[in-house]
Design a protein. Sequence first.
Length: 797
Amino acid sequence: MIITRNWLEKYLDLNNISNDHIVEALNKLGFEVDSVVDYNKNSNVVGGRIQVVNKIPNTHLNFCLVDTKQDLVDPIVCGAANPVEEGYVAVARPGAKLANGMEIQIREVQGHSSEGMMCSFSELGISEKYLTELEQDEIVMLKLPSEEGYNLIGKEDILTDWGFTDVAFEVDLTLNRSDCLSAYELARELAAFFDRPLLPLLIETTEQLPKYDQDLKIIIDSPEIIKSSAVNVKLQNLDQSLALAKRVWLKINQYCSDIAKPLDDLQIQTTIETGQPIIVYDYHKIKTGLRITTDYENAEFKIAKGDLVILDGDDFVELVGVRVNPNYLVSSTTTEITILALKVNHLLMRRQQRKVGISNINLQRYLKPLSSSTVNFGLSRFLMLLEEHRFLAELSTVNYVREYSEKPVSLAITLTEINALIGHQFNSEQIKNLLTPLGFSVADSGENKFEIISPATRTDIQQKADLIEEIARLYGYDEIIAKPPVVPNLAKKRLASEKTIQNFENFLLNQGFYQAKTYSLVPQTEIEQFNFFNYKKPYQLLSPLSQEHEMMRVSLLNSLLEAGIYNNTRNNNNIKLFTVEKVYVNQGDSYYHGAFIAQNEIINNLVTKEKIDNSFYYMKGLFEGFCAKEGLDLAALDYRLAPASTVYHPYRTSLIYYHNQLLGIIGVIHPQYQKEHDLNPTYFCEFQFDIIFKANHQVVKFQEVSKFTPSSRDISILLKGDQQYGLIKNQIITGVNYLTDVRVIDKYRDPKTMSDEVALTISFTFNNLTHQLTEQEINLEFDKIKEHLTKLKIVIR
C-alpha cells in the first residue's frame, strides 16, 4: 500500500510533522514502512514557455527557444517527440541536478548551443514502468491559455505545482488490516496518532443531480458476489484531461496513468482512496445485459469454469479484476457508461489471482476481506469525482443489485478484563480517547463496563481479544512496561488424555525411538495423498509463503517421511522416529494424532552377528503393546486391507479398526515412493488418539503367578477368505475355563492349493492357582474349543 505526503495534506494538517515522524507513527501503529521515496530530488528547475521550435535537418532533434523569464530566451536542443510552440514545460537550467542522476551543462549539439533541458517524466524521477509508450518519448508539457500559463514562466516551484516534489511511503499491511487498503483509513490512523482533525473524504449524495430511468438488466448468477451496486451515467466533456499533478500522483502510486483515459484514472483514484475497485463499461456496447457468473468457459480468453466473469449474454466482458474485453472499454466517443461496484468472496479471488499470476491495484483489494460498506462508499466517491471534473451530465437511479448488510460488531467488556490481559492500568477516559478517533462507539455502562461498537470497515474486530489488542496497539506497545505475570504455584491435575499421550511417548522412547517435531504446512498434492482418515475440509492458508506450504496437513506421516528422507540423504540410514501433534480440519475441529516410523534392522549387533529385520508384525506388536498398556481390548482391534495408494504398499498395509471405528493405519511405504524420494525401506503406523481417549480402559490388575505347571494344547484350523481370526477369537474361547494364554504360533498358505484359505496353528495354555490340572480337566476344556470351532464351521486340520 502506497500513501503520499501531498495526498495526506489534503485531509490532515502535517505542519511540523516530518517524513520521519510519519514513518515512526506508521511503525508504532503496527504497520511496517518498507520504503520511503522522496521525489524532491531535482534542483534548479523552473517553468518555461516554448517560443520557437525549429527542426534540425536530417535528425530527430528540434532547436527550441524557451522563455524562462530571463533577459534572453534559453536555446535548448530537444530530442523529444512533442515540443510545440506555446507549450509550458519544466526547464532544467545549467548546473541543475535531476532525480535520474543527470547534471545539466551548456553544450553544443549539431552546431547549436543548448543551455538547459526540457524535462521528461523519467528525468524528474518517475519510473518508466508507469509511463505510456508516448510519454517515454516525450517531455512533460502543458497546453494552457496565455492568461493561465503566464504565471508559470520562470516559476521556481513549478515541480511542486505539478506534483514532482511528493514523498511516497510504501506500507506493508498486516493480514488483518485490509481496511487500510483505503488510503483514507490509513490517514484516519495517522490523524488519531498525531491527535489532529481529519477532513472528510467527499462523496456524492446524488439527491441534487439530474436523474433519468435506466433499465439495464444485471443478473448475479453466483453466490461468490456478496454485495453489488450499479448505476449509469451520461457523460460530457470527455475530451478534457486530468490535472498533471493528479496524473503524477497516480504514477507515484504505481499506476500507468494515461492522459487519453481520464475515466480510468478516476477509477484508480477511487480504488486507492476508498479501497473499493470500480468497474466501468461503455453502456452502448452492451447488447443484452450483464450477468456475473462462475459457470463459463472461453478458450480464446483462457477462462475456465470456476473463474468469476462478467458476460453480455454469451459474450465475455471481463475476468473480474484481471482483464476486460477491449470491445467494452470506454473510449473518447463514449456518451454513457455503466458503473459496477462489487464485494466478492476474497478466497475465490485469491485462487483467480494465483491462476493468472499477476497483481494490480484492483486485485490487491479483491484478495482481502473488505467490509461491505465500502461498496456504496466507493461508488459514491467515484460519482463525486465525475462531477468534480465536470464529466457527469445525468445520473440514473442507483440499482442495488444484491443487498448485504453486515451487523456492527458490538462487544461488552470490562476495564478489569482489558487491564488484566494487557498488564497495564488504563482508566475509562483513556479507553474512550484511544478508540473514538478511529470511529469506535464507546458507551460507558457504569462500574467500568463498556459497550463498544466497531466501525463498519473494521472486519478484524470480532471478539474481545481483538479489541484488547487494538487498545494495546493504539496506546503503543513500547509504552507498556513489561512485567512478568505472577502465576501461583498450584498443583494441576493431569487430564486422562494428557496421561495417555505421555504414556505413548514414554513407551516409544523406551523402545529406542526419537521424538520429532514437524512442520504443519504442506502442499495441496500431499493433502490428497495422505488423507487416510477421510477429512473433508482441510484448512487452506489465505496468504501462503509458497505453494509448498499452503495447506494445513491432515496426517503426520508425510512430515515424518520428510524427516526420514532428510536423515537418509545424510547417511543416517536406520532411523526410528515418532511424533504426537494435532491435526486441524473441518473449520474448527482438531484431533490428536500419533505416528511412528522405523527402517531396516531392529537389532544389528556387529559383534555377536545377531540381526532382526523390521517387519509389519514388529510395528503391529509395538502398536498393540501400547494399546495393551492403556487397557484397550485387543480382541476389538480389526485389521482390514487398505485401499490402493501411491504412498503405501497395497498388500502390506492395513487399516486398523477398533469396535468398527477407523483408528489408524499400519504398513510399509510403497517401493515406488521410496525410490522417487531416496527413502530407505520404511514401516509406519499412524492413529487417532481421540478414539483411544473415548474408549473404555480396562483396569490393569496384577495376578498371582501359579506355582503349578501349565499345560498347552495346539490346534490347526483352516480359515476361508471371509473368516477373520480377530473377529472369531472370543467366540472360540467363550466359556472355556483355566485358560491363561491364547496365541497364534504359525501361519501357512499355499498359493497353489489354498488360493482362498489360510491355515493357522493356535496354542492354548491352561493352568490353575489352587491345584495341578489333570489331563481330564484340560481335555474337557479343550473339547469346548473344538465344539465352538465346529459350530463356526471352521475346519480342524
